[in-house]
Design a protein around this ligand. Sequence first.
Ligand SMILES: NC(=O)c1ccc[n+]([C@@H]2O[C@H](COP(=O)([O-])OP(=O)(O)OC[C@H]3O[C@@H](n4cnc5c(N)ncnc54)[C@H](OP(=O)(O)O)[C@@H]3O)[C@@H](O)[C@H]2O)c1
Length: 307
Amino acid sequence: MTIKAVNSGTAMRRLAHAYSAADADLIDEVFASFSPISDAPCRSTAGSFDSLVSGPNGGVARTRRRSTMTKVTAQMSVSLDGFYAGAQHLGDGNWIDSAEAAGFFRITRWVTDAMAWRERQGFAGGEQDTNSDIIAESFQAAGAYVMGRRMADGGEGPWGDNPPFRAPVFVVTHRPRQTLVRQGGTSFTYVTDGIASAVEQARAAANGKDVAVAGGGRLVRQVLKAGLLDELELHVVPVVLGTGMRLLDADLDLAGKEAIELTPTRVVHTPHVTHLRYTVNGRSALVLDDRGSGTGSVAGRVTDPAA
Ligand SMILES: NC(=O)c1ccc[n+]([C@@H]2O[C@H](COP(=O)([O-])OP(=O)(O)OC[C@H]3O[C@@H](n4cnc5c(N)ncnc54)[C@H](OP(=O)(O)O)[C@@H]3O)[C@@H](O)[C@H]2O)c1
């Protein structure tokens, strides 16, 4: 099977329009126009409306219509070596001058260049391209956000009186604080009784839309570890930082023969970043089978990526 990619801004805009109009025929038409950019073997996911996985005859298989149920999603930009920011800033000094910030701003350059993000932030200009469409799509999908306290503290100044979220934000922290109400529908509610509570409060506030876990990495890791995440999207930036704050690390507390399995549902390639979307299947045991010996049945295995 072949992952197909959304590699045109026009197609993304048409798809967004088709989603919002719930126009199934248009959705099919736009899907059919996508061009393959990757021949990576891929399991077709039972059940993802967003899946751009071609069927056996080369046509697009769409196995389930997007449910109106709230999903818990997370998106993180990472370097090729898996870091979501540079080495953590500790102690005195300005965060903005730190290695943490330098790494973070390099990895998220595609975001700050994008018109959809700049518009939300009140900045002029920007690129109107596929990356911008992806940001617009994620703003559109989110009905509420969950955020770690470090990210919320770091953004409080730069986001200003009219933050880009335009939805309730639930900040996970050990430090109680009065709710901040900002312009444009954004509020910051500080949740001190754990991530599950924050996710549930966000779900109740999301009005049927998705709960977006906005970062930082510590929070995303915990939500993944706790089995609360339905969908993970990594925006992989072609830069190697060598050191920094790693997203998927030992804090996930996986046992020796345990893994978290995911199913890829979308790949969008652009020159500055590759967007990889996964459904999170959950924890599973790592079982030694007979593959290594070259014997045993191959039934059910993908032997021909083009098949
Ligand atoms: N690359 C990207 O896409 C991306 C996206 C977002 C952010 N970032 C970057 O990520 C960095 C921040 O991430 P981070 O991993 O350091 O921190 P974080 O996840 O934003 O926040 C961690 C803080 O959240 C609170 N927290 C987390 N789990 C908790 C729990 N179970 N119960 C209570 N409180 C809990 C704690 O706050 P208290 O200390 O108050 O208890 C903890 O110190 C920044 O550099 C930011 O710029 C990158």
